[in-house]
Design a protein around this ligand. Sequence first.
Ligand SMILES: C[S@@+](CC[C@H](N)C(=O)[O-])C[C@H]1O[C@@H](n2cnc3c(N)ncnc32)[C@H](O)[C@@H]1O
Length: 215
Amino acid sequence: MRPRPVKGAADKIAAHPERVVSIGREETVDLLSRLPGTGPRHLEIGAGKGAFIQTMGQHHPTTRFIAVEKFDHAIVKLLDKLLETPLPNVLAVRADAMDLARCLPAHCIDRIYLNFSDPWPKARHAKRRLTHPDFLTLYQAWLVQGGDLVFKTDNRKFFEESICHFSQNGWSITALSLDLHADQDPENVMTEFEARFSQLGPIYRLTAKPKEAHA
Ligand SMILES: C[S@@+](CC[C@H](N)C(=O)[O-])C[C@H]1O[C@@H](n2cnc3c(N)ncnc32)[C@H](O)[C@@H]1O
């Protein structure tokens, strides 16, 4: 279901190109030049309203965070957060993740986060799931040698399917929790969806790495 538009969101985003980079369907943008520095680069895909990336940016000031979100109504909330508390190490990107293929070179990202990605339950929407093999191919190209991906969800079926995709497409699962909050990881940073859905059942999390050494 498409979310309701938020009045004025597109104009507000357009007024702050220094905080939100917008990438259109045919566009190519040199994203890395927008986040200078030398620290590791972490990429969140489907950042929603940005609570996770804001907290991560505050906790890890030497890491450079790129938060990608395709909908104005969500990314405008991250923009509000960044206007209230500027974080030089956080770049918001309004784009569909597939369009980043033109904007990120190979082997430039140290970690990818997929937090509560939409499960798209209908079979005909399978390719939109962010753990679909087409996306895993992109992620594999972006990750540096030794880089990894962290995936959290409350949806068990989506989690199990994703494990199969990782395993069958050249990735190793290096860590797995079937009840993240019971496991009490002090490093865990909650997302908006996590705060909402952890009341209703367990949160699943895995970390995965591409097996192949890069050429
Ligand atoms: C269920 S929400 C979770 C938001 C946030 N990560 C959280 O945990 O609170 C999933 C978000 O992913 C975004 N999304 C889904 N597919 C995407 C894609 N291909 N590119 C960019 N964002 C995407 C959606 O617009 C939505 O805001």
